[in-house]
Design a protein around this ligand. Structure first.
Ligand code: SF4
Ligand code: SF4
Length: 418
């Protein structure tokens, strides 16, 4: 079943900058992993770009400070996933002091593969579209020949990548070309939604002599930005675990630009563009903001209306939150109106089942109680762990039930997180 989703996209391409938070709260999370070694202590002075934490385990990727200043404390704040995460609190001295960086090449395609991987790793480059997977790990895969650049941005409201692509199109193309050369890959395909004629036009204007880079227009259906669906649509290939199983790497636009800054300036991932939108905002904008900035400060500047509910992420995959700090994989903050009276009982229409892209039965997962061991066995049989969190089940539900949230809870139970 194909679902038409309301767009609500910002028509304004203007990018504003908010770079003066008094304090930042850098979340100690990488992807979904909170197993982070803290590298700083209270009272310590840090530079903008100083390493303040490092992920343990297999992916030893660092986390950096987005300001120069003094470490004040460690505090829990709500992060993109709607959960409280321990953060390093740093008081900004507004001096933007950075550590001296070395080994920067003028031509970004001249790095060896080893240098490329090291720069991505040391600068903490992770997927900025949602999952936050370490990017260097994707490029460590063997026999990769195709790069798909995900410029689809299929959720309503979100235009962060599109705004970035329009502002930095030349740098993005230069980076894609460098990635192909360094990794000896055959081609890159920039995936753009058919309806986004304007973005295609921008790339068409600059693509000129980049013979290995092509643009492919993809269907206007949700969730086209989901890697699995995108790879299938573009190449016809299926895979079970990762796109690299079939020789493909997928990076979104913001990640490509973060790679550019790592290669060009040895700059860590300490800021990003976030879409601030929704009918609860008087002035919706895309904002370039430092990681760790409290979202309230920006919402106040953009004039949030009273009684709005705040959502971290888009309306389909996001989470309702009371407070929030910016993290590297947060692409959107919404202020929405809510009418709680709309919610009614499940009418067993089965629509949530027919829309689910991974063929789950969300209504059955939602209705299963899991108080006893036998209930947990039953819920395991429905495989909630396969849910990609796309939100289509909640979107389509005529009873306006929070189906996705219930599947998310079941997923945690099956994984033993709860
Ligand atoms: S949120 Fe999960 S259960 Fe709901 S439609 Fe998407 S994949 Fe299926
Ligand atoms: S879409 Fe909503 S009302 Fe219909 S079966 Fe699913 S949960 Fe029930």
């Amino acid at each position: 079943m194909k679902v038409k989703i309301a767009k609500h996209k910002l028509t304004n391409d203007e990018l504003i900058v908010y770079n003066k938070p008094k304090k930042v709260y850098i979340p100690l999370i990488s992807g979904n992993d909170t197993n982070i070694t803290i590298l700083v202590k209270k009272g310590e002075y840090v530079y903008k770009g100083s390493m303040i934490g490092k992920r343990k385990g297999d992916f030893r990727i660092p986390i950096h400070s987005s300001v120069s200043g003094t470490v004040l404390d460690f505090e829990e704040k709500t992060c993109y996933n709607g959960e409280k995460i321990k953060c390093v609190v740093i008081e900004n001295d507004f001096k933007e002091k950075i550590e001296q960086k070395i080994n920067i090449k003028k031509t970004i395609s001249k790095y060896s593969k080893e240098e490329f991987l090291e720069l991505l790793k040391e600068n903490g480059i992770v997927g900025m579209g949602g999952a936050g997977f370490p990017t260097y790990v994707k490029y460590e895969a063997k026999n990769i020949d195709t790069l798909i650049v995900n410029a689809v941005e299929c959720e309503p409201y979100i235009t962060a990548d599109c705004t970035l692509a329009k502002a930095k199109c030349e740098e993005i193309l230069e980076t894609i070309d460098a990635i192909l050369e360094i990794n000896k890959m055959k081609e890159a395909i920039i995936a753009i939604k058919k309806e986004n004629v304007e973005l295609k036009q921008v790339f068409d204007n600059f693509i000129g002599t980049y013979l290995k880079i092509k643009i492919k227009l993809v269907s206007n259906i949700y969730p086209m930005g989901w890697e699995k669906r995108l790879v299938k649509e573009i190449t016809g290939k299926d895979y079970s675990n990762y796109p690299s199983d079939v020789g493909i790497i997928v990076n979104n636009i913001s990640t490509i630009y973060a790679i550019y800054e790592a290669l060009k300036y040895n700059k860590p991932l300490i800021e990003r563009i976030v879409t601030f939108s929704g009918e609860g905002l008087e002035k919706p904008y895309n904002v370039l903001v430092k990681i760790g900035t409290p979202v309230d400060e920006i919402l106040n500047q953009l004039k949030v209306k009273e009684n709005s509910i705040i959502v971290s992420g888009g309306p389909m995959m996001g989470n309702r939150v009371d407070e929030l700090v910016i993290s590297s994989n947060l692409n959107c903050v919404l202020a929405l109106n809510e009418n709680a009276n709309d919610v009614t009982a499940c009418i067993e229409c089965g629509k949530c089942v027919s829309v689910c892209p991974v063929k789950l039965s969300p209504v059955l997962i939602m209705k299963t109680k899991y108080k006893k061991e036998r209930d947990i066995k039953k819920i395991k049989a429905y495989h909630p762990e396969k849910c990609i969190g796309c939100g289509l089940c909640s979107y389509i539900c005529p009873a306006k039930l929070y189906v996705r949230e219930r599947v998310k809870e079941a997923k945690k139970i099956v994984r033993g997180d709860k």
